[in-house]
Design a protein around this ligand. Sequence first.
Ligand code: HEM
Ligand code: HEM
Length: 173
Amino acid sequence: MNSTTQFRYDGVSRSFHWIMAFLIAWQLLKFFDRIDDGEHWVGQTLVPWHISIGVLVLLLVVLRMFWAAGRKGDRATHIPATSAPAKLGHFLLYVGMVLLPITGILVMLGGGHGLAVFGIELAAEGEEIAWMSSIGGLHSPIAWLTLIMIVGHIGMALMHHFVKKDGVLQRML
Ligand code: HEM
Ligand code: HEM
């Protein structure tokens, strides 16, 4: 275990964190489809990658969890007062990163749309599958909840850096 100020995440963990933060921020641009039905630059240029990037996020989060599991003894420590909420917050971010792609895939398969990732067809168009569609209906609510978690997470990271000045942000930089 490392002290709060000295610990720094290893390069692989930091790479996972920032690459995935970038990709998930891109994914959240899907909310912009609510404006003019996506008939704007963001909707026509960035959002069409939603399915491909979403499946990539699923692959990355699985690899990231294996990596984190292999480094169990090398975790950041937190001061006791905020340890439980910090761990719970990070856990819920993982839950969002896993459930969003899974429910997204269920939206596509349940609707009979098939699944193509970066131009490669993984599943052909077919019949609608009601149970998949109904679980897929959770995709949007989970996206909203994950967005709230991310905003809170960024707020806490900035609070540690600018108010508490305790080196927590540097662990991930
Ligand atoms: C990290 C992964 C993902 C994130 C953060 C994410 C986020 C979002 C967001 C924010 C929306 C808009 C919801 C709304 O306006 O209420 C959305 C909608 C949608 N997403 Fe994703 N998504 C992810 C993965 C996927 C994947 C892998 C697929 C499909 C394979 C997918 C398919 C869809 C579809 C079809 C919609 C429109 C239908 C709906 O809102 O239920 N998403 N997603
Ligand atoms: C989509 C956006 C993001 C997600 C999903 C996310 C997720 C996570 C997760 C799950 C952890 C726990 C450590 C790990 O397993 O790797 C973590 C740690 C961390 N994140 Fe993020 N993050 C995001 C964006 C950001 C941003 C924008 C910042 C900075 C402003 C940030 C700062 C940090 C810091 C400082 C830690 C280490 C906290 C500690 O050691 O207690 N994250 N993040």
